[in-house]
Design a protein around this ligand. Structure first.
Ligand SMILES: NC(=O)c1ccc[n+]([C@@H]2O[C@H](COP(=O)([O-])OP(=O)(O)OC[C@H]3O[C@@H](n4cnc5c(N)ncnc54)[C@H](OP(=O)(O)O)[C@@H]3O)[C@@H](O)[C@H]2O)c1
Length: 290
């Protein structure tokens, strides 16, 4: 498999590179922003037309959720129109396309059970709307497209687009201040990029049929519950206090509930571990536990 990887140095991209190295049969071709900036949508056919690959994995994203509210042009360029051009390039050469999307395509209002792929979307913010458009354009353009909705990622590289991840932020603030206040009225699916990276390769190796797949660790949590697990597992001497999202107003509205059901993915590959298990492995890998 000649796998062309966009976003190779991001949080998820880094773990896909690591996972590919440990498997045989995958020639991974990293294609970073320095060689293809997706805001230059018109360059995509030329750059991809001159590259030999049979699978394209797109881990890029403009996902600064609050900033995107004032930069809809940029969000739609990277998250939607570039994605359509990538799908067109894959269709032109008969390549598989795997595109990474988000739980923020859902609205989460009056919701209490994990979303399946059959549920209707309803993004609440510009970022979610741009990713939802990217999904639709990719699926419409190229039937051999797999859209993978991931959520609340943590991986050893940290999100380059966000300057770290939630786990590292909680550890740093907990150590610095000894006290954390974290929202307890937003429920989501904490997810390890290391675990998702493995499943992405599984799906591609299985030549899974096109369509949408939810890719998250088992279990769900509020951000408060997740923060408590981080602080307790890493044995940081800090207290964690629950608060509401009204205590931390943000520019972009966020879904109060966006847990995902990954049953379709696990049926196609294998069950995903619980996020607590993934968190323990992450903290060990980063040297945060003994
Ligand atoms: N992080 C989360 O919690 C989360 C949650 C749900 C969904 N997602 C989605 O999951 C995917 C991966 O997220 P992540 O956490 O791995 O993000 P990340 O660490 O910020 O990585 C994003 C990658 O996209 C690249 N990129 C951004 N703008 C680009 C552009 N204009 N041209 C070319 N490359 C560009 C970045 O390149 P540079 O390294 O050069 O900046 C980086 O390699 C994204 O599609 C994101 O929308 C993330």
């Amino acid at each position: 498999m000649r796998l062309l990887l966009l976003g190779p140095n991001g949080q998820l991209g880094t773990d896909i590179r690591a996972a590919a190295e440990t498997r045989g049969g995958i020639e991974l071709l990293p294609l970073g922003r320095e060689r293809l900036d997706l805001t230059a949508v018109e360059r995509i056919p030329k750059v991809l037309g001159g590259t030999d690959f049979d699978v394209l994995v797109n881990c890029t994203g403009y996902h600064r959720t609050d900033e995107a509210e004032d930069h809809a042009d940029l969000a739609f360029a990277v998250n939607a129109f570039a994605v359509r051009a990538l799908a067109e390039a894959c269709a032109a050469r008969g390549a598989h396309f795997l595109h990474v999307s988000t739980d923020y395509v859902f609205g989460g209002l009056d919701r209490a059970t994990p979303y399946t792929e059959a549920d209707g979307i309803g993004p609440l913010n510009v970022y979610g709307a741009s990713k939802a458009t990217g999904e639709a354009l990719a699926l419409k353009t190229h039937a051999d497209t797999l859209v993978l909705r991931v959520a609340s990622l943590f991986g050893v590289a940290g999100a380059s687009g966000k300057g770290g991840n939630f786990v590292e932020t909680m550890l740093r603030v907990g150590r610095e201040t000894g006290h954390l206040r974290v929202v307890d009225d937003v429920r989501m699916s904490p997810t390890s990029t290391a675990d998702i990276a493995g499943r992405i390769l599984d799906l591609l190796e299985a030549r899974a049929p096109g369509g949408v797949y939810h890719a998250v660790n088992a279990g769900d949590a509020t951000w408060y519950e997740f923060a408590r697990a981080i602080i307790e597992t890493a044995r940081v001497p800090a207290t964690v206090e629950p608060c509401t999202s009204a205590d931390y107003p943000t520019k972009a509205a966020r879904p109060p509930y966006s847990a995902l059901n990954a049953g379709k993915l696990t049926a196609a590959t294998a069950p995903l571990p619980h996020w607590r298990d993934a968190l323990e492995r992450y903290l060990r890998a980063k040297g945060h536990t003994g």
